[in-house]
Design a protein. Structure first.
Length: 136
């Protein structure tokens, strides 16, 4: 299981989330899409806290609007985290494999919102990496 914990102050992040996993027996790629889930099992990722994520393609109140033709399957999830929020924004996806790749859209300067992005990655509850994007 992988948990992606976006942590960013006063930001809106369109999270174009899908994972590509590589299974060990017969090396194959599988994709876990933000909206459609695992390409083989159909298992969907979970988003928490409940109500803090929106489907970006249909979100009228989101500050950042992507071109759906430039995203995987035309979907992405969007969330805003403000300093002082009680809970981090978390995406959890379950998979079995030997490698994982996380793809997401990053925003630079967008009017009316801060777009600093800070992500933490955990596998089986153990932090395995992090990523930060400072807008230009």
């Amino acid at each position: 299981m992988i948990a992606v914990l976006p942590r960013w102050p006063s930001s809106t992040l369109p999270f174009l989330f899908f994972l590509t996993t590589i299974a060990s027996a017969a090396s194959t790629n599988r994709t876990i899409d933000d909206q459609l889930g695992d390409s083989v099992t159909g298992v969907l990722p979970s988003y928490s806290p409940a109500g803090s994520w929106q489907q970006g393609a249909t979100c009228s109140g989101c500050f950042i609007h992507l071109d759906p033709s430039q995203t995987f399957q035309g979907t992405w999830h969007d969330s805003t985290h403000t300093p002082g929020d009680a809970e981090d924004r978390v995406i959890t996806a379950q998979f079995t494999g030997t490698a994982v790749y996380v793809y997401n859209a990053l925003a630079n300067t967008v009017e009316f919102t801060t777009t600093f992005t800070s992500l933490t990655f955990a596998i089986d509850g153990e932090q395995v990496g992090s990523f930060q994007h400072v807008p230009t």
